[in-house]
Ligand binder design. Structure first.
Ligand code: GLY
Ligand code: MN
Ligand code: MN
Length: 425
């Protein structure tokens, strides 16, 4: 066991409200594809297990007894790898205590409450409220990254930057979204990526307004927006970056829209300081975006009042961002003790917490002309006085702009980890 993991576990042990309960964290197992083809979805150990072990052990279980101490109390149970697993899959035996001994470990502690995190291991009849409290504390403990995590994120960012540089060379009218994806991802892998962090998004023209669009065979046309949202992953840690370009020469309105998003994004990044409330940064950014749309003759009214009426969600229907690192949403969510804000426009806000040094967040405002939202009669009625609808109708089909960077919150100025990936149309 490395000192780094010992330190991490001791810190987590001190942070968890286990009282006298036992903690059992399961890695989980591979999920078979439904058609019975002997294939499984790629295995990824549950992030809670990976965080505490640094291992992708199929069927592994990490157990902790607080009575045995913050370092000695942790025991890693691992399954015995079978002969067929060795020669079909190349699995190797992981170090640890044989999993068969977990039952004895639990029996020796009979009568104690058990909190089962990660992928639940068997039916350990946990108290759901206790599980919720301990998970909340573990999530909070995972939020500020340690040095080893930051080093991996920085490597993932470097591979991501190489991919974007390659894609930029390839981008021209006539190239397909798929081709751009292939060039981008191949460069990630050439620069050390072990996977992509999530499904790469490449949307051209109207597809740039589909928030999580999959790249298609569509050939990019002259004057199209091309929105690319992708990140390399290295040893489970990833980047999550979006850039929007125009193939060929941008129109004036495209430049103006881009500047509105870029300006709002840069102001949002500067607000990412320890102690700042994420929801406030999101809402301030919404005001900045709406002010830009008012200046462009798309919306009308007072920007702050328009955001209070939630009119911004017509064009900015997602949250400002989330945590990133060990997973594309990493340890996002609510600060301990908070409940979700019920406002509809905050439904996709991935976190509600005060920022703290060491956290890595995405800052990803966007403005889109989404036909499903803008043609819906109920919204047009509700927001009839907030929008120049005839202008908007002419813009449907243009797509959208999103710009996303990964920002390390520090005790001082924000550190933009992805600053080396050029912005600009
Ligand atoms: N890549 C998905 C997102 O930006 O959250
Ligand atoms: Mn993204
Ligand atoms: Mn993101």
């Amino acid at each position: 066991m490395s000192h780094r993991l010992d330190d991490r576990r001791a810190r987590v042990a001190a942070a968890l409200p286990l009282h006298d309960a036992l903690l059992v964290v399961g890695a989980g197992g591979p999920v078979p594809l439904p058609e019975g083809s002997d294939q499984t979805y790629p295995f990824r150990a549950h992030a809670e297990y990976f965080y505490l072990t640094g291992e992708e052990t199929i069927g592994g279980v990490l157990a902790f007894d607080p009575r045995d101490g913050p370092v000695a109390g942790w025991v890693s149970f691992v399954p015995q790898v079978t002969e067929s697993e060795r020669y079909w899959e190349g699995r190797t035996q992981r170090a640890g205590t044989p999993i068969e001994r977990l039952t004895d470990w639990l029996s020796a502690r009979a009568g104690r409450n058990i909190v089962n995190l990660g992928a639940p291991w068997r039916d350990l009849s946990s108290d759901a409220a206790a599980v919720g409290r301990v998970r909340e504390a573990l999530t909070q403990a995972r939020r500020s990254k340690d040095g080893a995590e930051l080093a991996l994120i920085r490597r993932a960012v470097a591979a991501t930057a190489a991919g974007y540089a390659r894609l930029r060379e390839e981008l021209r009218p006539g190239v397909s979204e798929r081709r751009l994806q292939i060039e981008l991802e191949a460069e990630f892998f050439r620069h050390g990526a072990t996977r992509t962090g999530y499904g790469t998004i490449v949307g051209s023209g109207p597809n740039s307004a589909v928030l999580h669009v999959e790249p298609s065979a569509r050939a990019v046309r002259d004057g199209d927006f091309v929105l690319v949202d992708a990140g390399a992953e290295i040893d489970r840690y990833m980047a999550d970056v979006t850039r929007t370009y125009v193939a060929g020469t941008p129109a004036d309105f495209q430049r103006d829209l881009y500047q509105v998003v870029l300006g709002a994004q840069e102001r949002a990044i500067q607000r990412c300081r320890a102690g700042a409330e994420w929801k406030e940064i999101h809402l301030q950014t919404a005001v900045d975006l709406v002010a830009g749309l008012v200046a462009l003759g798309v919306m009308r009214g007072n920007p702050t009042a328009l955001v209070e009426r939630e009119a911004h969600a017509l064009f900015f229907p997602h949250g400002l961002g989330h945590m990133v690192g060990l997973g594309v949403r990493d340890a996002s969510g609510l600060h301990p003790g908070r409940t979700r804000d019920p406002r509809p426009s905050l439904r996709s806000l991935r976190m509600d917490l005060p920022l703290a040094a060491g956290q890595v967040v995405t800052v990803e405002p966007g403005l889109y002309f989404i036909p499903e939202l803008l043609r819906e009669p109920g919204r047009r009625e509700r927001f009839h006085d907030c929008v120049h609808w005839e202008r908007v109708d002419a813009l449907i089909g243009l797509g959208g702009v999103r710009i996303e960077d990964n920002v390390l919150v520090t005790d001082g100025a924000p550190d933009v980890l992805t600053a080396g990936i050029p912005k600009g149309l």
